[in-house]
Design a protein around this ligand. Structure first.
Ligand SMILES: Cc1cc2nc3c(=O)[nH]c(=O)nc-3n(C[C@H](O)[C@H](O)[C@H](O)COP(=O)(O)O)c2cc1C
Length: 330
């Protein structure tokens, strides 16, 4: 069998061919469940999480599968190869994956070229990061470069400070560093909003591995710097839920069912510390419809998945919508 990264590339290429031939939409049952979040009209609240399409090469193909929104990236200012292969592992028994890709991507200029020519009409989020060799005290420069370049083309922009595969990145979640970074981004956004006559929502994506006491301070910094939303969560470095399984000891971020409990806990905590006006996207461990409905109950306005798509395919979009719709009508 092909290694998971090769399989991933082949599956996306297959999807693109299907889209080109006009048949990829046959994979999805389209269900309308509109929601307005951060001032944006989402056709439905179920999205594709960041990392599946890091370079914006598959926007139209993914967009034909019934998602209410698609988040592309993480993209960095300069292209970079990421970590040596193999760097993606499947833990099938646990509905899980471990990855240590390390922000492999073709750089923000390539992504902008792709985004300019897409035809997908749904909501497009762009997720930005920093190059691996940019020190943390210069990290803001990288995020600002990306922010400025993607701003005209994004419906929302996510600041990724929670990948475990870029050394030191998660330190940017510390209250003081977070405040410096978000303040710089918010003031740049003010400038860009004037220039482009649109205020693009900014979100921050956090790790599931936060210390209990960190959340209230982070929430305060998010509000102070006028951020519009938060994505909870990225992958986990914990291996508690997969002990003894094949590949469990591979370094990297663990996703899928084993991250669900921590991701849900972090989601719930942020909901209790953030005003309703700050949107929450619940991500981590959605592998069936009920997982998505649960995140909505815990306070998420929108949900996303990645690993669930790898195991369940596009049917998972409608399974989630069905469960969310059923929950709304009780
Ligand atoms: C192979 C892989 C690559 C990922 N790459 C990114 C990335 O570039 N940026 C990002 O913010 N999150 C990335 N993620 C994290 C996912 O977007 C998501 O937050 C996490 O996997 C938890 O959701 P899940 O359990 O539905 O996969 C990646 C996840 C996987 C499995």
């Amino acid at each position: 069998m092909a290694d998971p990264e090769t399989a991933h590339g082949l599956a996306l290429e297959g999807l693109r061919l299907g889209y080109g031939a006009g048949v990829s939409h046959l994979l999805c049952k389209s269900r309308s469940l509109p929601v307005t979040v951060m001032g944006l009209k989402f056709p439905n609240p179920v999205g594709m999480a960041a990392g599946m399409d890091k370079n914006g090469d598959y926007i139209d193909a993914l967009g034909s599968l019934g998602f209410g929104f698609i988040e592309v990236g993480t993209v960095t200012p300069r292209p970079q190869p990421g970590n040596p292969k193999p760097r993606i592992f499947r833990l099938e028994k646990a509905n899980a994956m471990i990855n240590r890709l390390g922000f492999n991507n073709k750089g923000v200029d390539h992504l902008v070229q792709q985004v300019k020519k897409h035809r997908y009409k749904g909501i497009l989020g762009i997720n930005i990061g920093k190059n691996f060799d940019t020190p943390n005290d210069k990290a803001a420069d990288d995020y600002l470069i990306c922010l400025e370049k993607v701003y005209p083309y994004a419906d929302y922009i996510t600041i990724n400070i929670s990948s475990p595969n870029t050394r030191g990145l998660r330190d940017l979640q510390d209250t003081e560093q977070l405040n410096t970074l978000l303040a710089a981004l918010n003031s740049k956004r003010l400038e860009l909003a004037g220039e482009f006559n649109k205020r693009v929502p900014l979100l921050v994506k956090v790790a599931p591995d936060l210390e209990e006491g960190q959340i209230p301070g982070m929430a305060e910094v998010i509000v102070r710097n006028e951020f519009d939303g938060l994505i909870a969560t990225n992958t986990t470095i914990s291996r508690d839920a997969v002990k003894g399984l094949r590949h469990a000891d591979e370094p990297g971020g663990l996703s899928g069912t084993p991250v669900k409990a921590r991701a849900n806990h972090v989601l719930k905590e942020f909901r209790s510390h953030l005003p309703d006006a700050v949107a929450l996207i619940g991500t981590g461990g959605i592998t069936e419809g009920e997982d998505a409905a649960e995140k909505i109950r815990l306070g998420a306005d929108l949900v996303q998945f990645y690993t669930g798509f790898v195991y369940k395919g596009p049917d998972l979009v409608d399974d989630c919508l069905e469960a969310i719709e059923a929950q709304r009508s009780v």
